[in-house]
Design a protein. Structure first.
Length: 367
């Protein structure tokens, strides 16, 4: 609380900071300081006073403050630093994979050995274990800022190198022949929505949640373009929300081929305004809608090679390279923030291209 009071021939300011109730006396804990020349000076001093008291209080409890107690405080601050969907997914990950192992342990009693053991387990069980470590690091770093610990044992751990399975990597996308066969199957369902959705996935390289957020106002039939300016995500309490794209480069304009434009125009007859893909009330369909469509296909064609929705993005990227597109062109079309992501896909463009190297050489030599 900031107040102005008369001081000599002029005025000054004071603050009264409320810290809570003393558990022993039951009285209010208040700090009162006077003599500030401006309201801003008093307000800054009040903020520092409150922060210092909070640090002091945490410090006095540091022998009993648990990892979970720090986590609960950290996540309230973290909520204001990221998109809602990121907050939901990261907190879910922490609740499932970090808290069960460290939650009830005093934060200052968690050792390097304990952290290293857990890092090794995460590396064995999860491909993207670095993401788990990143969250744990943030929580330990917050404990440092609260002066509960001097350093983070998690940051001192050795990170295991994940062994890549090349066969699995290659199975995540289709080559040209497989994609052609996939669309023969899709057309057999006589489902315009299914055809349009998978055509966009495979022929634009868009992420599934970018497609799910598309509105007809984003489609320019004259120029043959689609503008990506939002994405569909899952917010708190499982509600669907629209938010800005994943990264700055994800906000982009994508050119369309003539056949994809025709497919879109045919679908426009059934879905005329608002979202391209929506339920009867005009709201976006579930984020797993495309997975449900894929499951319909797998049930009818159980032996056909299976890929994930993201696999179609990988397919588009690979076939762009095969068609002669440059790395920069592919990066811009797919909205990769880091060109290394594009390079990684380029490194194993298609199984067909690799298999044909020897044949191309023999054909060139001619004997």
């Amino acid at each position: 609380m900031i107040k102005k009071y008369k001081k000599g021939d002029g005025f000054a300011y004071y603050f009264k900071a409320y810290h809570g109730i003393d558990p022993l006396t039951g009285k209010k804990i208040v700090t009162l300081r006077r003599g500030f020349k401006t309201e801003r000076e008093a307000r800054l001093a009040e903020a520092k006073c409150l922060s210092d008291y909070e640090k002091k209080t945490f410090r006095s409890r540091n022998t009993t403050t648990t990892f979970k107690q720090v986590y609960e405080t950290w996540k309230e601050h973290y909520r204001n630093t990221v998109k809602e969907s990121t907050y939901v997914s990261q907190i879910d990950k922490a609740d499932r994979l970090i808290i069960p192992h460290f939650g009830d342990k005093p934060i200052n009693k968690i050792s390097l050995t304990m952290c290293q053991t857990q890092v090794n387990k995460w590396a064995e069980e999860y491909k993207r274990f670095f993401g788990i470590i990143s969250i744990a690091n943030q929580i330990f770093d917050y404990a440092i800022s609260m002066e509960l610990i001097d350093s983070s044992p998690m940051r001192k751990t050795l990170k295991p190198k994940r062994q890549k399975n090349n066969t699995d990597e290659l199975e995540k996308f289709y080559n040209k022949e497989e994609l052609k066969e996939f669309f023969k199957i899709v057309k057999g369902f006589d489902d315009n929505e299914m055809l349009t959705y998978f055509r966009l996935l495979a022929f634009t390289g868009m992420r599934k949640n970018e497609i799910s957020a598309l509105r007809w106002s984003d489609v320019d039939f004259k120029k043959g373009q689609i503008t990506v300016n939002q994405t569909l995500a899952k917010g708190e309490d499982n509600k669907l929300i629209f938010q800005t794209p994943k990264t700055k480069k994800s906000a982009r304009t994508i050119t369309l081929d003539s056949k994809t434009i025709k497919v879109l125009k045919d679908w426009h007859k059934y879905s005329t305004k608002g979202l391209l893909f929506k339920n009867e009330s005009g709201e976006p369909k579930s984020v797993v809608h495309v997975n449900n469509m894929l499951n319909r296909i797998w049930r009818k064609y159980p032996d056909f090679k299976r890929i994930t929705p993201h696999g179609f993005r990988h397919t588009h990227c690979s076939l762009l390279f095969e068609a002669g597109a440059t790395i920069k062109e592919v990066q811009e079309r797919l909205g990769h923030e880091n060109i290394q992501t594009t390079m990684d896909i380029y490194a194993h463009v298609t199984q067909k291209a690799k298999d044909e190297v020897a044949d191309k050489f023999a054909s060139y030599i001619g004997f």
